[in-house]
Design a binder for this molecule. Sequence first.
Ligand SMILES: Nc1ncnc2c1ncn2[C@@H]1O[C@H](COP(=O)(O)OP(=O)(O)OP(=O)(O)O)[C@@H](O)[C@H]1O
Ligand SMILES: [Mg+2]
Length: 248
Amino acid sequence: MEETIRGVYPFLDVNRTPIGIDRLDMLLRGGLLRGRTYLVAGETGTGKTIFSLQYLIYGAQVLGENGIYVLVDEGLEEFIRGAKSLGWDLQSLIDEERISIMTLLTEFPERFKDKYLEAVAKSIIKDIKEEADRINAKRLVIDPIAPLILSEKTLNWMREYVRRLMLGIEENVGCTTIVTSEIPTGTNALSRYGVEEFLASGVIVLRIEKRNDEYARVMYIRKMRWTPIRPIELEFDIIPGKGIVIKS
Ligand SMILES: Nc1ncnc2c1ncn2[C@@H]1O[C@H](COP(=O)(O)OP(=O)(O)OP(=O)(O)O)[C@@H](O)[C@H]1O
Ligand SMILES: [Mg+2]
């Protein structure tokens, strides 16, 4: 698949890795810059999880780039079942160690008891790095970047945690990373904590919009460092067996 894309679009860049969403990769001149971190943000139900899962499955199945999924707010079984409803057989990819899913949900309350934020972020980065080395991962997804259950933490605490985690991962793990962030419903924010968009090399916002009495899913490319692209909105569908497909 990658070869075909390169064959047809010779301007594509070897320093980039395709996401696995056809028209988007073309627009991005071949995909995401290797080793960088990208933000996929959106209100609940806009497709952040499907976007990031598709990125990992495409990497593992088509490109031979193994990947890690850090599952934050959901249990593993439910996640695998959900992927199956889209026609994606995650279990085999896990069995073949091409994708590894790390669940942190149950450990979070315990880990976050540590009031030294630096220690919390460091220990999470260390676990991810160990797992990345073990399966030789090139792709990483953290969905979402910050657990929603930590309501007792202050905004500043969460901001600083997100900052340390994002910077620490780019420095230490060496994968091309997608983090997701939930945008509070009905706001104009680009992310939940307002720091994610500044730390990321690129920002894609997913939305549901009313257009002529119908709801449409749209993807807004808000920022792409070092990529000659103007802000653009793309309409898409979520199709079982294919995932996110951009409408022409
Ligand atoms: N099997 C499927 N076939 C088609 N569409 C689906 C399928 N499964 C989910 N969807 C659509 O995708 C939407 C959810 O996408 P997703 O879980 O990626 O959203 P999200 O942005 O991660 O949400 P949250 O913030 O709540 O985690 C659903 O609301 C549904 O409309
Ligand atoms: Mg989700």
